[in-house]
Design a protein around this ligand. Structure first.
Ligand SMILES: Cc1cc2nc3c(=O)[nH]c(=O)nc-3n(C[C@H](O)[C@H](O)[C@H](O)COP(=O)(O)OP(=O)(O)OC[C@H]3O[C@@H](n4cnc5c(N)ncnc54)[C@H](O)[C@@H]3O)c2cc1C
Length: 481
């Protein structure tokens, strides 16, 4: 290809959909001065499927695509996979199952397939509590699936390696090369320089919606959640902490027992009550003397895609962490020697861009237990339960059309980037939902690549058959009455 032609097909970083906010880098140019970057010739690598973002959803998407036989690349900015699962909240707690959604509702597992396979691998590695039932407060978080976050990184990298995924770690998605309304390739940048990763089908699971934005998709940025940097806390005497929580006037408000260092029946999740002594924040653990996650949140003065607002929040969060650990050491017996053993390399978002897809899930869909004729998964948890919960303790479906990025021929998205309505997003954004979306998007992308068709030309019957073969649990509306 001639240099002139190549330059024409490349949409670099700053693509701004009409009428919507522009990226942070433009806004931060003092004085409006610009430097025109000369076009470059980029080496090309060819794949069938490229997955952008190796986090919660992206890991599963890449595994699903590779297992369909697609030559798959996974591009991840950090040096490991797992994303917010390893850094954000309380890992995979809850949400695999509808257990005791309210009295009389039968226990059943509604997310299976690759996400559950990861849990089984984690149990085998002695690094997961298993699906541990909440003994208290169960109408909110009925099941807790605690993990050792460091082992999660290794286990998912091993699984990707076994599946033959080309794992591009420490590699940033920095642009999209377009051919009309289709993506030709993802422009990446790493210590090896800039390259073009070409493919037939693409999945955006960057959480920020970077690939979609670079490709010219429409999006909004609601800026409606706090950001966080959760820490791992070591130097804990867990038995003393549990005794403290139990001795508190009202007792613990959350308690789950499960596999802990491989031993069953031990505390894997706990929250202290708000009795007359300092409240103990929710924590999960599968290790002695370690809290896997303690969350610290701040409201950001700007959008999560704004570099400078993010830098301010990073500093605020680290100050909060220091104060929080000091409080813990002072107030909670068993935490006198607590110290921060892990922080996230960058703050964690609950959402940034919401990518416009062919369908947007509504709160009515979620609470009304709606299923669609192109369901790719079933889900049943809501973050605001018991105030907001799915009808009859059942499930709703996420349809294939909710993962197809509007206006782009060969791009699917998965993870926290779907669902505009904040209250509906409080369900679809949960870890296990993101993982299941990943399996659907990765499977669909591989099928599209094999058929050389766009995402809208893929027959749903073929996708459904492949998902069922991949162990995905699907329900029809008839099952859910
Ligand atoms: C503090 C906090 C607490 C939470 N608590 C819970 C909870 O208790 N239970 C629950 O179920 N859910 C919880 N959540 C929500 C849930 O964890 C997330 O919604 C979910 O993990 C998001 O998955 P994702 O795949 O969309 O994004 P991520 O897992 O964040 O994956 C995105 C990946 O893309 C990579 N990436 C981003 N940009 C680029 C780029 N340009 N190039 C290459 N790679 C890139 C990132 O490094 C990351 O690995 C919490 C979230 C937060 C922040």
């Amino acid at each position: 290809m001639k240099r002139r032609d190549f330059a024409k097909t490349v949409v670099m970083g700053m693509c701004t959909p009409a009428g919507l906010v522009s990226g942070a880098a433009m806004a931060s140019q003092p004085g409006g001065e610009v430097y025109e970057e000369p076009a470059k010739r980029l080496p090309i690598r060819k794949f069938d499927v490229v997955v952008a973002g190796g986090g919660t959803a992206g890991v599963v998407a890449a595994l699903a695509a590779a297992r369909q036989g697609a030559r798959t690349a996974l591009i991840e900015a950090k040096g490991y996979t797992g994303g917010t699962v390893t850094e954000g909240g309380t890992a995979l707690h809850s949400f695999f199952n509808l257990w005791k959604a309210f009295p009389g509702v039968a226990k059943r597992q509604v997310v299976k397939g690759i996400p559950n396979e990861i849990v089984e691998r984690m149990i085998k590695a002695g690094a997961c509590s298993g699906h541990a039932e909440e003994l208290i407060h169960y109408d909110y978080d009925s099941v807790n699936t605690s993990i050792d976050t460091e082992v999660y990184k290794l286990v998912t990298m091993e699984m990707l390696d076994e599946a033959g995924v080309f794992l591009a770690l420490n590699t940033m998605v920095t642009g999209a090369a377009m051919t009309g309304t289709g993506i030709r390739g993802v422009i990446v940048e790493s210590r090896s320089g800039r390259e073009l990763f070409e493919a037939r089908a693409f999945v955006d699971s960057t959480a920020y919606g970077h690939l979609s934005a670079f490709a010219g998709a429409k999006y909004s940025e609601p800026n409606d959640y706090e950001v966080a940097n959760s820490v791992g806390v070591a130097g804990i005497d867990l038995d003393k902490v549990v005794a403290y929580a139990k001795a508190n006037n009202a007792g613990p408000t959350s308690l789950a027992l499960g596999l802990h260092d491989g031993v069953p029946g031990r505390v894997v999740r706990l929250e202290g009550s708000s009795g007359d002594r300092p409240k103990l924040q929710t924590f999960t653990t599968v290790r002695d003397n370690y809290f896997m996650f303690i969350k610290f949140n701040v409201e950001m003065d700007g959008r999560p895609t704004d570099r400078d607002a993010t830098a301010k929040a990073e500093l605020q969060l680290r100050k909060l962490q220091r104060e929080g650990i000091e409080r813990l050491r002072k107030n909670v017996p068993g935490c006198e020697k607590a110290f921060i053993a892990r922080t996230s390399p960058t703050l964690n978002i609950r959402r940034a861009r919401v990518i416009t897809c062919d369908y947007d899930i509504t709160l009515e869909d979620v609470l009304g237990a709606r299923h669609f004729d192109d369901d790719v998964m079933a889900y049943g948890f809501h973050d605001n339960a018991p105030r907001l919960k799915v009808k009859n303790g059942g499930t709703y479906g996420i349809p294939y059309r909710a993962l197809r990025v509007a206006g782009i021929d060969n791009l699917l998205c998965a993870g926290m980037m779907i669902t505009e309505d904040h209250r509906a997003h409080m369900s679809t954004r949960n870890t296990v939902s993101c993982m299941a979306q990943g399996q659907a998007a990765g499977t669909a992308a591989a099928l599209c690549a094999a058929r050389a068709c766009g995402t809208r030309q893929l027959p749903y019957a073929d996708l459904r058959a492949a998902l069922l073969k991949g162990g995905v649990h699907l329900e029809t509306s008839a099952d859910n009455v």
